[in-house]
Design a protein around this ligand. Structure first.
Ligand code: URA
Length: 285
């Protein structure tokens, strides 16, 4: 009876994890990053982390008559996981990206870059798919499970729908460049944080400079908000052409609904279709 109950509880817990997007273990064996010392990603940024300053103000004291509970203090790890020092990481990203004279070099720089904490849990770098030079560049949110396994953006279900959307306006990856605002899969497919997008941004800017598209399509709210620097929801942002500056490039951009959203809400496809027709017209029909 108790076995059946605990089995039921475990199954419910697994269902909950799946609902939250955690559909697999990150690796077959756990990695203890704290023990990897110098070999852990981001080591150079950890050195630049400021030691937290001692808080000022009166020392905290327990409420009268109640002693503070004593808790066992675990020994301090030999190093902190260096996921935070965005300024240093952004600076390093900028330097690395600027040095890349081609997309191939940019890919090599990205592969060597340890300043984005998403890299620690991702299996592969997802740089781009499609053409190195293209009149149309599409930018999504972040790699998901299939993209992480394959090391390419938009190869899962959402990617298959994206390919159909492109085919509907006589395009394909043979005449487009497809990327994301971050290059590694966020754990559990969560939306990348603004910090993660900011750290990847110098690479994306260089990528846009090298691809030199005439038009950029932003897929979904996360990409649109990040690159258009607006706080409105995607339903308000979509379907309007704007000129945006990415790195040294000024380019026309339009936001549309993310194909993953269209899979969940097929009735919204008519709005995406309008945006696609606008893209087709802007490319010259
Ligand atoms: N969703 C995205 O935003 N990007 C991908 O590469 C895949 C799914």
């Amino acid at each position: 009876m108790q076995d059946a109950q605990s089995e039921g509880a475990l199954t419910a817990l697994l269902d909950w994890y799946r609902e939250m997007g955690a559909e697999e273990a990150v690796g077959e064996s756990a990695i203890d990053w704290l023990r990897r010392g110098e070999a852990a990603p981001g080591k150079e940024f950890s050195r630049q982390l400021k030691t937290p300053s001692t808080p000022s103000g009166p020392p905290l004291s327990p409420p009268a008559g109640r002693p503070l509970p004593t808790m066992p203090v675990p020994p301090a790890p030999s190093r902190q996981f260096p996921a935070t020092a965005p300024e240093a990481a952004v600076l390093a990203a900028r330097t690395a990206a600027r040095e890349a004279a081609s997309l191939e070099e940019l890919g090599t720089k990205l592969a060597a870059f340890d300043g984005c904490s998403l890299k620690a849990t991702a299996k592969n770098l997802c740089f781009y798919r499609g053409m190195a030079k293209a009149r149309l560049m599409l930018i999504g949110e972040a790699p998901g499970r299939d993209e992480d396994l394959e090391g390419k953006p938009f190869v899962g279900r959402a990617g298959q729908l994206l390919d159909k959307m492109l085919a509907a306006i006589q395009l394909s990856e043979q005449n487009a460049h497809i990327a994301n605002i971050v290059y590694w899969r966020p754990p559990g497919n969560r939306t990348p944080t603004p910090q993660e997008a900011q750290v990847c941004r110098p690479f994306l800017e260089r990528q846009v400079e090298l691809v030199a598209p005439e038009l950029v399509v932003l897929l979904g709210g996360a990409a649109a908000k990040h690159l258009l620097e607006v706080a409105d929801g995607i339903m308000r942002i979509r379907g309007k052409w704007r000129e945006i500056e990415i790195g040294s490039v000024k380019v026309r951009a339009i936001a549309t609904l993310h194909p993953a959203y269209l899979l969940r809400a097929p009735a919204a496809k008519r709005l995406a279709w309008r945006d696609l027709l606008a893209v087709k017209a802007a490319l010259g029909g």
